[in-house]
Design a protein around this ligand. Structure first.
Ligand code: GAL
Ligand code: ZN
Length: 702
């Protein structure tokens, strides 16, 4: 179980995690704050403090891109302005996530030391400009960062207003300079030891790619090597490790000054280029930046479930409450069309994060910039400069709600269902040249499966191959194309021990080096699922097949469902057939099977079914069979979800209406109290458009 076992950071007495900062044991509410853009106008700080209090904001992320203000010329440091900001915060009960400014370098540095600038895959060095444009290996950049961070740590590491460190900003990107090439070769040497091992892992005999000297190895390049899958995979892993190494370099002086201050770096939704799971142990708390495009269609179900997945993913990285580090209070200015949040959506989307385990709601940004590329991005304080705006009102209202939720801080999400989602699988399945290069749709597939659990109100963790599966009863394994032998064994053990697993087509195809499993797919899962996947066919966008449920199948699901895009031709070996193909030369062959093994069962879905109705029915049955905990016992209409946080004595049930219309929820018991108004609620609960309610009840399980 994820609660109360005492070994995961939860305080057994309270059933909760400690607050992110003991200095501020409340829900954190605030924004990115860039006073360095307003140093010419000192009245702004004064006014900001007044407005922050009015908005119910208790925390700000300060100085994220402030390097030029902190070190206007090499070796000349200016901390006076930051002293004033932080001291004023301390006097007014406002706290700070103090940033290290490495997300953007000052111009003087790029001019004097061009090596700090990134080199592209085309081997051309960038000019100064933008942000996030630095080499993670450059000795000069590392030296300058270490010095800056040491000075910040020495000066502010024990400042009463500082609750933690916001490291850099949205790490990402890669560099192909000489330093990085050298580091890549060292990384490969450490991993493989010999060139023979590397050549075998990369299947280098193919097209005569055999390396005979380490100096021949370099990063993938558009005008060089792009097609060696193992090479591409290792480069991506290396980029993750390099970035993580830079993060470690950044926090070293901070931890030396005060090991107690938590460090985080803000992450991005389903970011492709970095395996965020590799960062989890080194971060004290996970934080991420969420920018949903609401109101694009009548119902927000699809956007909401995508962001729900991300919230679950980020919570699952440490299996602890996380921070919503950025979100917009109104609109962005970088999406193709920037729509305003409709009434209710600010509260709904913020509470969505809280429902999935966020203990903070923070924005980009506090005050709108006057110039440059983000001047029209939503902010708490608009160019008009006062509090009498719709957006400020929404933020202040949420501030009041969050202020009433102090008891929720640290409360776990008790997930008993999990989805396997590995970054290296993602990289490999998208890189593979296989049955459907015109859209393999891995992420969409994962989301389709996830959306069913979301709609059923089943709290779900998003786990990686390295995670312990002992806490779960239901495990979804969609398109686990890259699957290690040991992961196969782990899933087998999970099933034998009584777990219910659902595996799909295109799983167990390659190992960690992107070499195909020999001896029959799905490789390490073949015994567990009891099938052999002999062939797979890609279908054109307009092509259709169908999956026909077998009469009186034990799932009790009836009818025929459309299959598209991918159809695998499988043999049921020890598995029982639950549905068969309806069309083409493989009509009548198994399309859905179950294999009973030990105390559990493993389902195998051979075809991509598109219809959400199927997944909802399928996972409803599996959730029931597995006995997983649900947030809520009643029916949920499409677009409405229920999420759960529980400390073992109190359950918090979040009812969130993303349907785009009004919705009614029949409460499953009489013992509910509204967590905000403290009124008792029972019977039929009406949720307005974009409505969100938080209900408390005595814990249904401890
Ligand atoms: C984030 C970034 C912020 C700001 C924001 C605008 O990705 O971290 O600095 O640019 O986007 O939406
Ligand atoms: Zn470099």
């Amino acid at each position: 179980m994820t609660t109360n076992n005492g070994s995961n950071g939860i305080n057994g007495g309270t059933g909760k995690f400690p607050p992110i900062s003991a200095k501020l044991p409340a829900m954190m509410h605030g924004a990115d704050y860039n006073p360095d853009q307003w140093l010419h106008d000192p009245k702004v700080l004064e006014e900001d403090i007044r407005l922050m209090k009015l908005a119910g904001c208790n925390v700000m992320s300060v100085g994220i891109f402030a390097w030029s203000a902190l070190e206007p010329e090499e070796g000349r440091f200016e901390f006076g302005w930051l002293d004033r900001v932080l001291d004023t915060f301390a006097d007014n009960g406002i706290y700070a996530w103090l940033a290290t400014p490495s997300g953007a370098r000052p111009t003087w540095m790029s001019q004097k030391y061009p090596e700090v600038l990134r080199v592209g895959a085309n081997r051309v060095r960038n000019l100064h400009g933008l942000r996030h444009n630095h080499c993670y290996s450059s000795p000069v950049y590392r030296e300058k960062t270490a010095l800056m961070n040491a000075k910040l740590a020495e000066r502010y590491g024990h400042h009463p207003a500082v609750v933690g460190w916001h490291i850099s900003n949205e790490y990402g990107g890669e560099c192909h300079c000489g330093y990085c090439q050298e580091a890549f070769r060292d990384w490969l040497k450490a991993k493989y030891g010999t060139l023979e091992a590397l050549n075998l892992a990369w299947w280098a005999a193919f097209w005569s790619h055999t390396y005979t000297d380490w100096a021949q190895v370099e990063s993938p390049a558009p005008h060089g090597e792009t097609m060696v899958h193992g090479h591409n995979l290792d480069w991506r892993r290396f980029v993750t490790d390099r970035t993580l190494d830079f993060y470690r370099h950044e926090i070293k002086p901070l931890k030396a000054a005060n090991p107690e201050l938590p460090c985080t770096t803000n992450m991005m939704d389903l970011f492709y280029d970095l395996d965020y799971r590799a960062f989890a142990d080194d971060l004290d708390v996970i934080s991420w930046d969420a920018y949903p495009t609401w109101h694009e269609t009548d119902s927000d179900e699809s956007v909401a479930s995508w962001f729900a997945f991300n919230h679950d993913l980020f919570r699952s990285l440490k299996k602890q409450p996380f921070m919503l580090m950025e979100s917009t209070p109104s609109l962005t200015n970088w999406q193709p069309v920037s729509k305003l949040k409709r009434p209710g959506m600010h509260r709904l989307s913020s509470l969505q994060a809280v429902a999935h385990g966020a203990d903070t709601v923070q924005y980009f940004q506090w005050r709108k910039s006057r110039g440059s590329s983000e001047k029209f991005h939503g902010a708490v304080v608009d160019h008009v400069g006062h509090e009498h705006t719709r957006v400020f009102g929404d933020v202040a209202e949420l501030g009041r709600t969050l202020a009433g939720l102090t008891d929720l801080v640290g409360t776990p999400v008790p997930a008993e269902a999990a989805i396997l989602f590995d970054w290296d699988n993602r990289w490999a399945v998208n890189d593979a040249q296989g049955p459907r290069n015109g859209g393999i749709h891995y992420e969409k597939t994962v989301m389709q499966h996830y959306r069913a659990l979301w709609g059923l109100g089943v709290p779900t963790d998003i786990v990686g191959s390295g995670d312990d599966l002992g806490a779960y009863k239901l495990l979804l394994v969609p398109m686990a194309y890259l699957l290690r032998e040991e992961t196969g064994r782990k899933i087998e053990r999970f099933v034998r021990d009584g777990g219910i697993a659902a595996v799909t087509y295109w799983s167990g195809i390659v190992n960690e080096n992107d070499l195909c499993h020999l001896g029959g797919f799905p490789g390490p899962l073949r015994q567990t699922v009891g099938i052999w996947a002999e062939e797979i066919e890609g279908l054109h966008d307009g092509d259709r097949n169908s999956v026909v449920m077998a009469g009186s199948n034990p799932l009790g699901i009836e009818g025929t469902f459309e299959a598209r895009e991918l159809c695998e031709l499988i043999h049921a070996e020890t598995a029982e057939t639950l549905a068969v193909y309806g069309g083409d030369f493989y009509a009548g062959r198994p399309a859905l099977t179950v294999n009973r093994l030990g105390d559990g069962a493993a389902y195998y879905l051979a075809a991509r079914i598109m219809d959400d109705v199927f997944y909802r029915a399928f996972y409803d049955k599996l959730a029931h069979e597995a006995g997983v905990r649900r947030a809520f016992g009643g029916e949920l209409a499409p677009g409405v979800t229920a999420q759960l946080r529980s400390d073992g004595s109190v359950d918090y049930v979040f009812l969130l209406n993303f349907s785009g219309g009004e919705a009614a929820v029949g409460l499953d018991q009489a013992d509910y109290e509204d967590a905000e108004t403290h009124e008792r609620v029972s019977g039929l609960l009406e949720l307005p458009v974009n409505g969100a309610r938080i209900l408390k009840r005595p814990a249904t399980r401890s």
